[in-house]
Design a protein around this ligand. Structure first.
Ligand code: R2B
Ligand code: URA
Length: 309
């Protein structure tokens, strides 16, 4: 019989959701999460991570450390937030901080980097027997017709052709996976934004590309094979398809979470309006403040879920 578990709200529930979808894992004596520098033999994963309810991922190691320190203060936990340690200090591929029920992890830039981290993170949640976990990607992006500093809560993560799908090559064949995100979490985030000041937020589609320059229609890369008019035409088509921002990880993040039965949301701030240019020209302090906006929004969500506010 399935174990009786308590969910995040303290309710009893019988079903046990298995986040991994790979029977091979059951026959392995040890699972080495190589890029996280953790293993089922050398670490007691249920003890270390069993109480995780919220996982926040983002590209930059410094930003995810800052988020961990911020949520530590917001949750008024004991100990010095300046002294939190990187659980993955045995590797410099990713960093990971645990703050109460919140895990903060960096994923680097682009689909291959985040997808390696997600495989190992989802296995970690499985080995630790975590349940009722919500994942957030907190990121930066280029805005499409939005004022810089606007936060976009992703409705659909779409590919270069504005389709809500992620294509993965497996054994030489293309597998297409849906990138639908959790509607309830997205609308709860939108509600949270209305309760906060100075976090302008919209809901819209997020386009995920495999490149920052030509792949996002930038004219300022080392290569450029199209005109200014071509760029604007593509951005207009994207806008008409509901795209409000462009970044580089959302489709694989959405697809992997969905297949594994994990609720997930993507919350990215826009650093510029791509109709107005390609270079990110805002001063450093302005960019730092923009990047705090998804953190403040998600922290409010977490505090509400935990009954703090
Ligand atoms: C947003 O910002 C990074 C590129 O500058 C990339 O990781 C992304 O998705
Ligand atoms: N990240 C992106 O991927 N694109 C931008 O334009 C800005 C940040």
């Amino acid at each position: 019989m399935a174990p009786i578990l308590l969910n995040c709200m303290g309710n009893e529930r019988n079903e046990y959701i298995k986040y991994v979808k790979n029977p091979n894992l059951e026959t392995m004596e040890e699972d080495i999460l190589y890029h996280l520098s953790l293993s089922t033999k050398t670490h007691n994963l249920p003890e270390m991570f069993g109480d995780i309810k919220f996982v926040c991922v983002g590209g930059s190691a410094n930003r995810m450390k800052a988020f961990a320190q911020f949520i530590h203060k917001e949750l008024e936990l004991s100990g010095n937030p300046e002294e939190i340690t990187d659980i993955c200090e045995g590797t410099d591929r990713y960093c990971m901080y645990k703050v109460g029920p919140v895990l903060s992890i960096s994923h680097g830039m682009g689909v291959p980097s985040i997808s390696i981290m997600l495989h190992e993170l989802i296995k970690l949640l499985h080995h630790a027997q975590c349940q009722d976990v919500v994942l957030f990607r907190l990121g930066t992006s280029g805005g499409v017709g939005l004022a810089p500093g606007t936060v976009v809560v992703t409705e659909k993560a779409v590919d270069y052709s504005f389709q809500p799908q992620f294509e993965q090559v497996v054994l030489g064949k293309v597998i297409t996976r849906s990138t639908e995100l959790d509607e309830e979490v997205a609308s709860e985030l939108l509600q949270c934004s209305s309760e906060l000041q100075n976090i302008p937020t919209v809901i819209g589609n997020t386009m995920c590309t495999h490149d920052f320059y030509e792949g996002q229609g930038r004219l300022d890369g080392a290569l450029c094979s199209f005109s200014h008019e071509d760029k604007l035409e593509y951005l207009r088509k994207a806008y008409d398809a509901g795209v409000r921002n462009i970044e580089m990880e959302s489709t694989v993040f959405a697809a992997m979470c969905r297949v594994c039965g994990l609720k997930a949301a993507v919350v990215c701030v826009t650093l510029l309006n791509r109709f107005e240019g390609d270079q990110i020209k805002s001063p450093h302090d302005v960019l730092v403040e923009y990047q705090q906006r998804p953190q403040i929004l998600v922290s409010h969500f977490i505090k509400k879920r935990l009954g703090y506010v």
